[in-house]
Design a protein around this ligand. Sequence first.
Ligand code: UD1
Length: 415
Amino acid sequence: MSKIIVRKSEPLMGNISCSGSKNAALPILASTILTAGVSTLYNIPNLTDINYMLSILENLGAKCSFSKNCAKIDFTNCNSFYADIDSMSKFRGSFFLAAPLLSRMGRARISMPGGCPIGSRPIDLHLKGFSAMGAEIENGHGFVDLSCKKLQGARIYLDFPSVGATENLIMAAVLADGETVIENAAAEPEIVDLAEFLNKQGAQISGMGSDTVTIQGVSSLTPTDYTIISDRIEAGTFMSAFAITGGKGTITGINPLHLKPVTAKLAEMGAIILENESSISIDATKPLSASSIKTLPFPGFPTDMQAQFSALLCETKGTGIIVETVFENRFLHIGELNRMGANIRIDGRSSVIEGERLLTGAKVTAFDLRGGASLALAGLAAKGETEITGSEHIERGYEDLCGKLSSIGGNIFLA
Ligand code: UD1
């Protein structure tokens, strides 16, 4: 297992750039199955999850190349309705293959998805939507078989605005017969990005970014090139890194509108935030105050930033409270932060975080992606040395986190 070593760092200072968004890239890569021809995608982050996805696409018959953050996917031929179950079960994003395979091949065998252990993460909303569109569903041992000659447009109400279900159902509807309306849809920027990529190829999707998405089925898509959005969660993690060390700097290559819930919270805590068209500056050189946070679907505070703010609130003045409403088991990092001297109590879905703790370096474990990032942030502020095992979780979602944080003064490296 690889490790990350972090030592107490001076306040971080300088410019840091964002990579492409993992959560936009994964469904967009999967959606290339819908298009016979070559799709060229720019700003794809070089991450383990992306490499899993590319190897699965190759398994299905695509010719893929990936270099300098540009992926070319030639899906002239798609030869199979299922991919290697072992690689699919390694990450959550594999379930994005369900809709495009079903649409193109009339069948899909999909492994029950893996990914971070942050909750039970059922797929019932995806399946209910496919069923409303005419798919037959059979459960196997560890996989689901879907079949349908031709998907039919339908009106689908999601019980919860699930990001993945909204994306899968958009992909299912693009080449279906007739109109599909997804109500109580999720509105995350990554969903808008997927819809814009599909529309650039000739799909007819409207309402993305709102709670009602309407898709008029079309007969085929025309291959295109596309630049995916930058990663708002990576940007938010960098903002937290500046904040936890009392630093000051600029995050470049990011749409500030995607970060509103995070920048608003940091401003409320006392940071000075300046937004430009594609960058955000933060000055956290004056001490920050604690805050109350509730995670919610976009445009609420992102659950993917909860762990990083848990670390930050250990250092701010006063007592912070975080209520995690999206996932039922997303506090695995709390025990590890407490090992570093934090005083955090968990009560159901809430955590109460005592501020102004003198964190000290310790041997800790990353159990999931964002929880791992929170330990790296805590390590930058903690006295002495922190050793994080399980850093492969962090590498699933951050492109060269250590290198990027080092470039602005962080004392952090892969061991
Ligand atoms: C995506 C993101 C993840 C982020 C999450 C919420 C990707 C690859 N991952 O995950 O980083 O934390 O959105 O912003 O884009 N649910 C059901 N039934 C379903 C589907 C979801 O009950 O069929 C529940 C989940 O258990 C969870 C909640 O809905 O409690 C939100 O999940 P969802 O929005 O689907 O998250 P993902 O798409 O898995």
